[in-house]
Design a protein around this ligand. Structure first.
Ligand code: CA
Length: 228
């Protein structure tokens, strides 16, 4: 019998042994359990078996690439947080352009320390725990405790990042946040995605909430939700 790792299990799906070994080392030092798979199909299968707290998913993988793995998970309504590892800029574009519900991404070569910090940020967000009152703006209702969002009583599934972005805006109705403020509030100290990251996630939230989305764009400034 293995004892449960203090900080949860991270599934690393990466076919480059040197990177996988480095991640295993840094993650276990940081108190995470680590399981490594080297191809996409096995990685996908292990998500169901191991129920990891988070998946570090390389994009370029044998049998099934990382993007397909994430697409299949989301199609099964599995919203385990995913941090993509991309090798090139065009992979970054694929990851953020496809609304796969990626929680973050790093581009090779990356610092393992940086990735560990980002994993911590994503897990803090996805575990909620800030416990506060239900927020309502128009027909959108957001429950920080259960991390549920409904629009006219219809459930809307948001990724951890999308949820936190919407919650940050709804907590301060009418306040206009700059992209930089949203980056530091939602993505935390480990953020370096740039303002485009905020725009992409706002677009994803809007696509999911449809006409009922409370998010307003303030040209040249940023975003707000709720009262004008
Ligand atoms: Ca690879």
């Amino acid at each position: 019998m293995k004892t449960a790792p203090a900080k949860g299990l991270v599934l690393v799906v990466e076919d480059e042994s040197s990177i996988a070994d480095l991640l295993r080392l840094y993650l276990s030092r940081a108190g995470y359990g680590v399981h490594v798979e080297r191809d996409g199909a096995r990685g996908l299968a292990q998500v169901q078996v191991l129920r990891p707290a988070l998946i570090v998913l390389d994009v370029g993988l044998p049998t099934l690439d990382g993007i397909e793995v994430c697409r299949k998970l989301r199609a099964q309504d599995d919203w385990t947080p995913v941090i993509f590892v991309t090798a090139r800029d065009d992979e970054v574009d694929r990851v953020i352009g496809l609304e796969l519900g990626a929680d973050d991404y790093v581009t090779k070569p990356f610092s393992p320390r940086e990735l560990v910090a980002r994993i911590g940020t994503v897990l803090r967000r996805s575990s909620g725990g800030t416990g506060s009152a239900v927020l309502e703006t128009g027909s959108v209702r957001l429950d920080p405790a259960s991390r549920q969002v409904t629009v006219n009583d219809r459930n809307v599934t948001l990724t951890a990042t999308e949820f936190d972005l919407l919650a940050a805006l709804m907590r301060r109705p009418g306040m206009v946040f700059t992209r930089e403020q949203l980056l530091s509030t939602v993505w935390g100290a480990a953020a370096y995605g740039g303002s485009r990251t905020v725009d992409v996630h706002v677009a994803q939230v809007r696509a999911k909430l449809g006409d009922e989305s409370p998010i307003r764009t303030h040209r040249g400034v940023g975003y707000s939700a709720g009262k004008p």
